[in-house]
Design a binder for this molecule. Structure first.
Ligand SMILES: [Zn+2]
Length: 326
């Protein structure tokens, strides 16, 4: 152990050496995904309905200092992670799906990563949904924020049958227009081009229950779309209101809050159009902060719900306490 620490110390003291060997930063052993943790779900009251956050697993990013934030040097990312007491290697990227229990059935915001379909550590939604007492057949509506694989793969099973057999699937019209048209592939970032095939595959068995919505449209009573483009061409957040209370479902308008909310001007490698994404992020989280409203995100640490405070040029995520928990 002492030798290991000395070796690490020597490496830190010799950044030039590291620069000559860029692969060295990625040789940290990849952690084994943890075994599923109980309970994996978190319920709270919102007016007359109940919100259920479902843990869908996580993956690790081996070297978050390189390539994750595209417009900052590694030193700035390292400082932000250290300030937030986060590791600078093997940073967790969590997945959380927000559900609503309403008098008209269960509503889901995105579908999850799909059991056994994405890398190890993901795909925990089916077991945590069952633990929360919700059956896939109880879900009557899925509001899709955008078509990245970690949000739509769970629409169907590994053999491409609908996972939620009774759900209508509502998608942003702008998102559908982009990813359903193969001709747009040449105008999409290289690493996002797999979305075209995955869109065709996942929505194929769901065409009969697919419907489109536009910015500002009320998708179901008390649920309204908020266009927040940039992360993808048609990315949407959602506004939920019930009994005088409100919740913003922010999806991927911001990734990890310790990076992209604390510094909303930081651009993520996952953003299709980073400048547009920044504009959407500032607008959406500025509104949530001004209204002191509750929010729920997809990639914050579980349970991923709380409030947003302004701090300097950016924002601070304030996790919710036990108020309203049922
Ligand atoms: Zn995502």
């Amino acid at each position: 152990m002492i030798a290991r620490r000395l070796a690490l110390g020597a490496a830190l003291a010799a950044p030039a050496l590291l620069a000559l060997r860029p692969a060295a930063a990625q040789t940290a052993p990849a952690p084994v995904p943890p075994s599923p943790q109980a309970p994996g779900f978190y319920r709270f009251r919102l007016g007359e309905i109940t919100v259920v956050m479902i843990h869908d697993g996580m993956v690790f990013r081996a070297n978050p200092l390189e390539g994750l934030v595209v417009n900052q040097p590694a030193s700035a990312v390292q400082a932000a992670l250290e300030a937030a007491m986060l590791p600078t290697r093997n940073l967790v990227n969590p997945y959380i799906v927000t559900f609503l229990e309403t008098p008209r059935g269960v509503v889901a915001f995105d579908a999850g990563t799909g059991a056994g379909q994405l890398p190890a550590g993901t795909g925990l939604l089916p077991q945590n949904l069952a633990a929360a007492g919700i059956r896939p057949e109880d879900v009557t509506l899925i509001c899709v924020s955008h078509f990245h694989g970690d949000h739509i793969t769970g629409l169907t099973t590994a053999d491409n049958r609908p996972f939620y057999p009774n759900a209508e699937v509502a998608v942003p019209a702008a998102e559908w227009a982009w990813w359903s048209e193969e001709a747009n592939a040449a105008r999409s970032p290289q690493f996002q081009r797999g979305n075209f095939a995955n869109t065709a595959r996942r929505f194929g068995p769901l065409r009969a229950r697919l419907r489109m919505f536009e910015d500002g449209q009320e998708i179901a009573p008390g649920i309204r779309a908020i266009a927040t483009p940039g992360h993808t061409p048609g990315h949407c957040a959602f506004h939920v209101s019930s009994g005088g209370e409100q919740l913003f479902v922010t999806a991927d308008a911001a990734g990890r809050p310790e990076l992209f909310l604390r510094h909303p001007g930081w651009h993520s490698v996952f953003d299709f159009d980073p400048v547009m994404a920044e504009q959407s992020r500032r607008r959406l989280f500025g509104r949530i902060a001004a209204e002191r409203a509750r929010m729920a995100a997809y990639h914050f640490n579980f349970p991923g719900t709380g409030f947003i405070a302004r701090e300097g040029d950016g924002f601070r995520f304030v996790p919710a306490d036990w108020t309203g928990v049922v």
